[in-house]
Write a protein that binds this ligand. Structure first.
Ligand code: ADP
Ligand code: MG
Length: 777
């Protein structure tokens, strides 16, 4: 102990000297000056005092005031100075991998270090951490995973949970776990950081916590709503009747204010603006109103018009455009690139900012463009709080964000653009006033804004809870519903019941809600339960290679690209990989051919020709390796033999493994004269996504489709499906003995009668239970 203590002490002295030298250097001095200018720096002493006196401290302060980059450093610096020496271990969680990576890099550079010295990061698949790393930025998921094997977070001195105002599911879950952990680890410090003024909510959750508010400074931002923007361009938007009720349809009258303006020039723009406002969709609180959404209504012409006007007439300063989602960003980017001014790289630096962007792309966003070049960033709501772009002066806000929601009644996840909350709108506005007075253009009328909800619904209330429930069980946190009742806001009972029921159907929990052997294995794999099941069975049945590809493919962004204007070509390109009525097998084939092309340095070419994403292919490649080593560590495959692949070419078997994972995601195929339709038990008629290989088939010589995901967007759509036979479904899908006969298997109709003949049923049951035993053991 004495020796280690000495070593630590010596290292912390080195660390201190190194910092001193850096701060005396020219660059270091400049950086220190910048840090001192941040509002958070002025609260340094207050923050440190609060942390030494309280186990839980909540820090709120506007985005950009220096919470994420400074607070962890204050703690690190004060610990290095203290008697403990460098023995501290600070973990700071971020909701997204991109922020964990970019923030750690920023903090390291503020300290004049490279990553892996005192500062490191860890996200799934990637990480940099060294012997002397005391401050680790990681995703919330990584910390939860660590809690699995290290319930008391041994050795950790500080946990900082960042961006808690986002109310992500993982963060809400982590807070319950930490709340229970705190009494067991009295010396552990918990610091929560929020960009909005909801600190009281968290303080009352923890009972005793000190709140520190960092007063921010932002320049005033002039706000324009749709009617103001139209007025500026010579039009006026006036409502006929005031809205007094959510359901009421709103009538708008547009009158010309300045008849001198050339109408033809801006008529289409104004029309577009009205479409952007799409007022039918106004009452965002109800599910029905959401289904009015028409993605074409985003009003691209209008956005282009405003951007062009800013570029031509306004003072210098970057423009940040908040868009609904990735698809909108890429189509708008294509459109702007074709514009004579906005698409001219010597005048405009056009960038996109979204969650799945590569780190090299990411850095461009922070760069200052050359003089005379205007930076335009098209972003998702990721730029609202977690990423700060320094030089923004103009903000365009389309008012919507893609949000997952969960319809517990139909047990269906939905991904729909929905109106943002007032808090989000304020955040977006605030982004404009960071360096000088700014302007914000909201592309919707003021009365729509007035009807926004105050806050967004926390994720735990709007997503399926299967993985969460499994995690609760694996952390031995007792009864699922009892545990979830301790959340900041508890999910609906029905949503919890659905999740538990699902876990029972797939065999991860037994009748008494206890984790089965299968369930325990599933918690070891950082993927959704259905993908974990495929990996396990693929390993057991020795057809692992294609299954690794399927599972990796389903964990990354769809590798099959469908560009806006080349949809047909892209879908045709995908269908050449299909022979057997399966999107999953099409992916396997596409990936295998890519591997071959890659060997001769033709990987890019191959992807380009076949509308495949190079990034996704590479991500699949590395995920495959990660999943393989996970299975190896779990003792499920032996890396020294190739046994696990002897059946990899048997497509029937692969289909069966896919069915095993995806069940109960299943629809029946109803054949009619010329085509077929699909039906699921819960939704009735469903449709296929147009880029599914099965959508191009006239007939499918199988009675069932198992699917990876169904999403409600107007109708219910199935994404990624594989056709399977009756016997595969009976063996690898539902079990006759588990009472599922009332459910899916009833859909087998007359066929079921055959299977229910005692001898046949016995045979199947026998096979089935042998399979079950094999898996559960
Ligand atoms: P908060 O967490 O309170 O939103 P941050 O600590 O992330 O604020 O950022 C504080 C300031 O540091 C920002 O206002 C910005 O000026 C600067 N900053 C943060 N990240 C970077 C970066 N990657 N490059 C340059 N400046 C950055
Ligand atoms: Mg932050």
């Amino acid at each position: 102990k004495v020796v280690t203590g000495k070593i630590l002490w010596r290292r912390s002295l080195q660390l201190r000297d190194q910092q001193q030298a850096w701060q005396e250097s020219c660059e270091g001095r400049e950086m220190l000056e910048f840090r001192r200018s941040l509002p958070a720096y002025k609260e340094k002493d207050a923050v440190l005092a609060a942390i030494s006196q309280n186990q839980v401290v909540i820090i709120s302060g506007e985005t950009g005031c220096g919470k994420t980059t400074q607070i962890p450093q204050f703690i690190l610096e004060s610990e290095v100075e203290s008697v403990r020496g460098g023995a501290c271990s600070i973990i700071c969680t971020q909701p997204r991998r991109i922020s964990a990576m970019s923030v750690s890099e920023r903090v390291a550079s503020e300290r004049g270090e490279t990553l892996g010295e005192s500062v490191g990061y860890k996200v799934r698949l990637e990480g940099v951490k060294g012997r002397d790393t005391h401050l680790l930025f990681c995703t919330t998921g990584i910390l939860l995973r660590r809690l699995l094997v290290d319930r008391n977070l041994k050795g950790v001195t500080h946990v900082i949970v960042d961006e808690i105002h986002e109310r992500g599911m993982n963060e809400d879950f982590l807070l319950i776990v930490l709340k229970e952990l705190l009494p067991r680890r009295p010396e552990l410090r918990l610091i929560l950081m929020s960009a909005t003024l909801d600190a009281e909510l968290f303080a009352s959750y923890f009972g005793k916590a000190q709140i520190i508010h960092i007063p921010g400074f932002t320049y005033p931002v002039r706000t324009h709503f749709l009617e103001d923007i139209l007025e500026m361009s010579g039009y006026m938007l006036t409502p006929y009747n005031q809205i007094d009720d959510y359901g009421q349809e709103k009538m708008w009258k547009m009158s010309k204010q300045a008849p001198r303006k050339r109408k033809s020039q801006i008529a289409s723009v104004v029309e577009d603006a009205l479409k952007a406002a799409d007022l039918k969709d106004y009452s965002h609180q109800t599910q029905e109103s959401l289904s009015y959404w028409n993605p074409d209504c985003i009003g691209f012409n209008f956005i282009e018009y405003i951007l062009y006007n800013i570029c031509e007439k306004e003072r210098p300063g970057a423009i940040l455009v908040f868009m609904t989602g990735w698809d909108d960003i890429s189509s708008l980017k294509d459109k702007l690139q074709a514009h004579p001014i906005l698409g001219d790289p010597s005048r405009v630096l056009l960038l996109a900012c979204h969650g799945s962007m590569a780190s090299s792309e990411q850095r461009l966003i922070f760069d200052q463009p050359e003089d005379g070049v205007r930076k335009i960033v098209l972003a998702t709501n990721i730029a609202e709080t977690s990423i700060t772009i320094n030089d923004v002066v103009f903000v365009l806000d389309c008012g919507k964000a893609k949000e997952t929601s969960y319809d517990a009644l139909n047990n269906t996840p939905c991904l729909l653009p929905s109106w943002i909350s007032k808090v989000s709108a304020q955040q977006r506005r605030g982004r404009a006033g960071r360096v000088q007075p700014g302007e914000c253009y909201h592309l919707y009328p003021r009365c729509v804004h007035d009807a926004f909800a105050e806050y967004q619904l926390p994720e735990i209330l709007r997503t399926p809870l299967q993985s969460l429930c499994l995690q609760i069980k694996s952390l031995k946190l007792g009864s699922i519903s009892e545990f979830l009742s301790k959340a900041l806001q508890s999910p609906e009972l029905l949503a919890v019941q659905n999740a538990i029921e699902y876990l029972k159907i797939i065999g991860a929990l037994d009748e008494n809600e206890m984790l089965t052997v299968l369930g325990r294995h599933l918690t070891m794999l950082p993927v959704e339960p259905k993908l974990g099941k495929m990996l396990l069975l693929g390993a057991i049945l020795n057809c692992l290679d294609p299954i690794l590809t399927v599972v990796s493919g389903l964990s990354v962004r769809d590798p099959f690209l469908t560009p806006f204007d080349k949809k047909d070509l892209a879908e045709a390109a995908k269908s050449q990989f299909s022979r057997d009525y399966s999107d999953h097998l099409a992916l396997v084939r596409a990936f295998e051919r890519w591997k071959v092309a890659e060997k001769v340095y033709a990987g890019y070419d191959y992807c380009w020709k076949n509308f495949l994403s190079v990034q996704s292919m590479k991500a699949i490649d590395s995920l495959r390796k990660e999943f393989f080593s996970l299975l190896k560590d779990a003792g499920l495959v032996d890396a020294n033999t190739i046994d696990h692949n002897i059946w990899s070419y048997d497509e029937h078997l692969i289909r069966a493994v896919i069915c095993y994972g995806l069940y109960p995601g299943i629809s029946s195929i109803v054949h009619n004269e010329k085509s077929f339709s699909l039906k699921t038990m819960e939704d009735g008629q469903v449709l296929l996504y147009s880029n599914s290989v099965n959508a191009r088939e006239a007939k499918i010589p199988f009675p069932w489709l198992v699917f990876n995901e169904k999403i409600k967007v107007n109708s219910v759509f199935l994404r990624d499906s594989t056709a399977v036979s009756d016997s595969v479904l009976l063996l690898f899908g539902g079990s006759l003995s588990r009472g599922d006969t009332d459910g899916h298997l009833k859909m087998l109709g007359g066929y079921l009668e055959f299977f229910m003949k005692p001898a046949v049923a016995d045979m199947y049951e026998c096979l089935r239970s042998e399979l079950d035993d094999l898996i559960q053991s």
